[in-house]
Ligand binder design. Structure first.
Ligand code: AMP
Ligand code: MG
Length: 426
């Protein structure tokens, strides 16, 4: 395999079709049929990572709850400080984090204070300990050398969150930072949507399951493992139904079982021309499914619709097509089914192509790339090798898709291209 030539075979004309469906239209049609689950559950904050909030979260408190010092130093009153002069203030007490200073306010005084400790009433400014000289029970500092401004080094009550603020909206996918934010307002449990269940199976008489010996003409089923990985990352529940044989009875019963137990059904294989007729007949009987030819590579054939009222994605069989179509069509839909309304679109960057990338117009290509930075800090992208839709090694080596738009033709080395890092795809 050659690592330096991420090419598609330009002589291969078989998958160009001027009547094929643009990616954006397929996405819009999927979106139109996607609905958020309505099933909710109360979950301890500590177990909420990756779930989606089913109600807005409002704070009953200010965060921080009191004005406090941002630094270790001395709390003073700005009104006691002379500009352009040597100032001397008497230390009248101290206040550590977790304590409150209850002494009286005295003119020309200072209170020793530590980071996070509440500001003593009547004091409005904190001087850093590095900026003063301590002389027994006095602090001495020169405002000609170091300016003091009122309020410096003070954190104010409510400066992070004000009492009554909505800190997170309904439909928010809970991140690690969100877990801390929820804890900072003292909330011990949250109402979330219950994760949806996705049933998936592979179709194909040539498929053997791992840990079984390969018979003549067989290949191992890899799609159920890439799918499993992508579904686990999304935080959905899943049901791996195994390999379903290419015959109408097995397929019909797999679809019926899946639609009874799961919220969404994903199959791989059996949707390409030649195989589709077979699947089409069953799906016409069980639901309303469209068989699309999408103007993309890889991933041209895709079936989408409802089977017994459940969302169904019939992904192509080729292992890389499965991943490309999952990331471009299924992932976003599953996030919406999980109740997410604030899903940030996947990150897109511009990077300089390191080699010539062959491409034909009339379809969007999702080539596999390795994104990195060069010595001068520029984003660069190289191909991972053979771009065939069955070549999983070049997918495994990649960390991004290079997305070449519909009308783009061959890209020369040094041109800028759009890349979608896998990290942004979950
Ligand atoms: P199909 O879409 O069923 O015509 O399959 C297209 C190609 O993908 C064929 O070469 C299949 O052998 C291969 N394929 C289908 N399903 C899988 C699978 N689960 N794992 C690995 N390869 C597969
Ligand atoms: Mg097949």
């Amino acid at each position: 395999m050659n690592n330096n030539t991420p090419t598609s075979d330009p002589s291969c004309q078989d998958d160009f079709d001027p009547n094929s469906l643009p990616v954006e239209i397929a996405i819009a049609q999927i979106k139109a049929q996607t609905q958020a689950t309505q099933v909710t559950q109360q979950i301890p904050t500590e177990n909420s990572l990756g779930l989606v909030l089913a109600e807005p979260l409002r704070s009953d408190i200010n965060v921080p709850p009191h004005n406090n010092s941002a630094m270790d130093g001395y709390a003073v009153r700005a009104q006691d400080i002379q500009p352009n002069a040597v100032n001397k203030l008497t230390i009248i007490g101290r206040c550590l984090a977790g304590e409150t200073f209850t002494g009286e306010v005295i003119a020309k005084s200072a209170v020793r204070i530590m980071t996070g400790a509440p500001m003593p009433d009547g004091y409005d400014t904190v001087l850093l300990q590095e900026h003063i000289e301590r002389q027994e029970e006095q602090i001495v500092f020169n405002t000609a050398e170091k300016l003091v401004s009122q309020g410096q080094n003070v954190r104010y009550a409510g400066e992070d969150i004000k009492q009554g603020d909505v800190i997170l909206n309904k439909g928010r996918h809970i991140t690690a930072a969100d877990m801390g934010l929820i804890a900072s307002i003292g909330i011990a449990s949250v109402l979330t949507y219950r994760p949806i269940t996705v049933a998936f199976f592979s179709t194909g008489d040539e498929l053997q399951s791992i840990s079984q010996p390969l018979e003549a003409g067989q290949i191992y089923d890899s799609n159920r493992y890439t799918l499993r990985g992508m579904l686990i990352r999304l935080g959905v529940r899943y049901w791996d139904m195994g390999v379903i044989a290419d015959n109408p009875d097995s397929l019909r019963s797999a679809f019926i079982q899946a639609s009874e137990k799961a919220d969404v059904i994903i199959s791989t294989g059996g949707v390409s021309v030649g195989e589709a007729d077979f699947t089409k007949a069953i799906l016409t009987e069980l639901g309303n499914v469209n068989f699309w030819k999408i103007a993309m590579k890889p991933g041209r054939p895709l079936a989408f619709g409802k089977v017994n009222g459940k969302l169904f994605f019939g992904l192509p069989g080729n292992p890389v097509s499965v991943m490309v179509t999952f990331y471009q069509f299924v992932q976003q839909a599953l996030r919406e089914c999980m109740g997410e309304t604030e899903a940030t679109p996947p990150l897109m960057l511009q990077a300089k192509a390191q080699q010539k990338l062959r491409k034909r117009p009339g379809r969007v290509e999702y080539q596999r790339g390795i994104l990195s930075t060069n010595k001068t800090g520029e984003l660069i992208v190289s191909g991972t090798g053979d771009q065939g839709s069955g070549i999983l090694t070049t997918m495994s080596r990649a960390n991004c898709f290079v997305i070449l738009a519909m009308q783009t033709t061959t890209v020369e080395a040094g041109e800028m291209v759009t890349v979608q890092p896998f990290s942004g795809l979950i």
